[in-house]
Ligand binder design. Structure first.
Ligand SMILES: [Zn+2]
Ligand SMILES: [Zn+2]
Length: 243
């Protein structure tokens, strides 16, 4: 009851804003009608591996896109809520901007719907770590914010600092320019403090947006090397492939 009262007070002080464009809207935790029409929610036939929408109807078969067939990702199953385009792209920008924490709640709800199959078999939710270069411009890791919200609503454990960025520290002597750049770039590692949290566990990796899936693959490989039983992925927005 207290929570309801609190929500009522929050609503009175802050009228609901469209999560995509920020205009005041009647729909709570939702989109204004313009953005609703401009946001492509993924349903119907999808690739079971990467969640990208596929042409044709969902006949209940397990479909795999051409790209995942040719180069299977490091994880098993993947889901996404929207295509990264139009309204979906604006939502990601609002989230990245960092002053719209209210956006996290509807996004988490949409992700819970899209990832329902995967959440049922998840033991632990792990967010993709924030890129080091972005720490200067952003106050928080939006993947962790989404992971925390999803974990809270599904009663699944989350370990926000399980994956960490580390600097490669090989000696630079004798390296080419490209090798040096690579050496200086971030690497992702399982935090040794928390490694026991994923051993023999079914991991669900969370991020706000997936483009090529390269970062997600690194995260999945690190979790598998550290002893995770399975790794699946759930993102809010997916850059759709032309297939
Ligand atoms: Zn809008
Ligand atoms: Zn795919």
């Amino acid at each position: 009851m207290l929570a309801n009262m609190f929500n009522g007070l929050v609503r009175a002080a802050y009228p609901p804003l469209c999560v995509s464009c920020g205009v005041e809207t009647e729909a709570e935790n939702g989109l204004c009608s313009d953005c609703w029409g401009d946001t492509y929610f993924i349903d119907g036939a999808i690739c079971d591996s990467c969640g990208t929408p596929l042409i044709g109807e969902d006949m209940g078969d397990e479909l795999i896109c051409d790209s995942c067939t040719h180069a299977p990702p490091a994880w098993i199953q993947g889901r996404a809520s929207v295509v990264y385009d139009g309204g979906g792209r604006r939502i990601i920008l609002a989230l990245k901007h960092g002053d719209r924490l209210d956006v996290v709640i509807p996004l988490a709800e949409w992700m819970i719907k899209s990832g329902a199959d995967l959440l049922r078999k998840t033991d632990v939710i792990i967010p993709v770590p924030l890129h080091r270069s972005r720490l200067f411009t952003r106050k928080y890791n939006q993947a962790a914010a989404l992971g925390n919200q999803i974990a809270k609503r599904t009663n699944i454990q989350t370990v926000p600092d399980l994956l960490i960025r580390t600097k490669r520290t090989k000696m630079q002597k004798g390296m080419s320019r490209n090798e040096r750049l690579e050496n200086q770039s971030d690497a992702i590692q399982v935090n040794p403090r928390f490694v026991q949290m994923i051993v023999d566990k079914n991991v669900l990796l969370i991020d706000d947006v997936m483009t090529t899936g390269a970062t997600m693959s690194t995260c999945a490989n690190e979790c598998i090397s550290a002893g995770a039983a399975t790794v699946n992925t759930l993102v809010f927005a997916r850059v759709a492939r032309d297939e």
